[in-house]
Design a protein around this ligand. Sequence first.
Ligand SMILES: NC(=O)c1ccc[n+]([C@@H]2O[C@H](COP(=O)([O-])OP(=O)(O)OC[C@H]3O[C@@H](n4cnc5c(N)ncnc54)[C@H](OP(=O)(O)O)[C@@H]3O)[C@@H](O)[C@H]2O)c1
Length: 282
Amino acid sequence: MRVLITGCNGMLGKDIEEIFNSKHNISGINSNILDITDRGRTINYIKNSNPDIVIHTAAYTDVDRCEMDIENAFKVNALGTRNIAIACNEINVPVVYISSDYVYDGYKSTPYYEYDLTNPINVYGRSKLEGENFIKSICSKFFIVRTSWLYGQNGKNFINSILKMAKDKNEISIVFDQVGSPTYTRDLAESLLELISASDYGTYHITNEDYCSWYDLARFVLLDYLKLKNIKLEPITSEQLDRPAARPKNSRLEKFYLRLNGYTQLRSYKEAVVDYLRSFYL
Ligand SMILES: NC(=O)c1ccc[n+]([C@@H]2O[C@H](COP(=O)([O-])OP(=O)(O)OC[C@H]3O[C@@H](n4cnc5c(N)ncnc54)[C@H](OP(=O)(O)O)[C@@H]3O)[C@@H](O)[C@H]2O)c1
């Protein structure tokens, strides 16, 4: 298939490009080639590329900056997604829209199912949900894939941040009251490859299995895996960290439709994190 990927220089986009490359004919869009907020150019570009499917990963992903830059967050995440949706619908090809655990408010005490009520508590989440709404109302063939806590070789992420902090500091404060499933972008890309092989359109949750808090993840990386001796981890609350954007306390996503449709469940987050760390430390 001819697969067109938006956000191909991003953390997830790069891994999708690499992993899809052996099976599909890939082309990528970055923001230098095309600004997806430009409706006319986006529609023309996608039509002229004549893809069989579009994987839409491009987004305004700085969650805290979205709080101050509301219009641009909605321009990219909502209207940019609308433009992609119009183009895909006009040429009658499916779109895969990468969405987020941040469409939920996190007040549920158990994992979220794909059909649970969405209620974002920050600007980023609201703008991503608007993207979903445009996809659903414009496209007849779509996959909406909600994922969480991404990390990978090609972008800023929590694991890289704590590795860097561990070099500079002896004591690191980490939030313990948000739980979710850290998800390796390479594993997500493999799962998307399987997903697009059939036409089981709809909304999916895709993350690595099992869950933890950010504090647990830091412990696992720095103390259990790297066995750093001189680091003290201090558990703190989200309120103590006081970031501009509120985060859902519960980001656990039930992979209900992945399971129901018979697709491969991803491996445990711990196994994936170890693989990721080995790519640096072996
Ligand atoms: N990171 C997470 O923890 C997480 C969690 C859940 C869901 N998601 C979703 O997963 C997807 C991938 O996330 P990521 O972390 O890989 O993101 P990322 O590394 O920030 O990459 C996003 C890409 O979007 C592109 N982009 C931004 N504005 C654009 C515009 N106006 N026109 C064209 N391209 C534009 C950027 O391209 P340039 O580099 O060329 O400027 C950037 O490379 C996003 O949809 C995000 O919402 C992420």
